[in-house]
Design a protein around this ligand. Sequence first.
Ligand code: ADP
Ligand code: AMP
Length: 210
Amino acid sequence: MNLVFLGPPGAGKGTQAVGVCEKYNLPHISTGDILRGEIKQQTKLGLEAKKYMDAGQLVPDEVVIGIVASRLTQPDCQNGFLFDGFPRTLPQAEALAEKVEIQMAVNIDVPDENIINRLSGRRVCKSCGATYHVDNHKGQTCDSCGGELIQRTDDAPETVANRLKVYHEQTSPLIDFYQSKGVLKSVDGTRSIDEVFAEICAILDKEFSK
Ligand code: ADP
Ligand code: AMP
């Protein structure tokens, strides 16, 4: 299974990717997580990327394409993978298509009005990266590792507005890109986490049992 998750920031890509990767035994490749890892380690790439991320802009294509090209050479990608947050531009999608065949792009559809609440209430574990929402998680610590929960700097309201604009301008055209390749599946991302998960699994089971 070579999969891509599409959707605006806060659609639930990361949340669903964790369960889907566990169930289907796929590596979860989140370019956002890789970039945040680079920032944490204060690498040159991380320091450069941070400027874009804090402003709610996309990191330049050549940087992200380079990260993904190197990740795809790892042995765990041989039997499939799930990209979360990549590709985000047409040049990225084209570069990916030159390297591997994407068999399914799952578009998690959530309107802008839900995104503000999703992102302003998002909390992530500083240690393991697990994602929560203040509406259904009380307390300041991670359920799985006990780490401290923090708010991402790019989830500040002024940055969220910019990220949504960037999504509509640069990323949403990928819906047509994958539709024209005949591999697009859309799910209603406004339903509960469990309902969205069940819908994605039903689509994958149907498609990959053929
Ligand atoms: P993305 O990876 O697409 O940016 P996340 O998976 O981090 O989005 O989800 C954004 C926020 O919305 C998180 O706080 C998460 O707990 C919450 N969330 C995810 N899916 C749902 C859902 N189906 N219903 C309600 N909240 C959700
Ligand atoms: P995410 O964790 O997917 O929400 O990504 C956080 C931020 O990382 C984005 O707002 C971008 O600045 C950057 N980023 C992540 N993935 C990409 C990508 N594929 N292309 C460009 N920038 C990216």
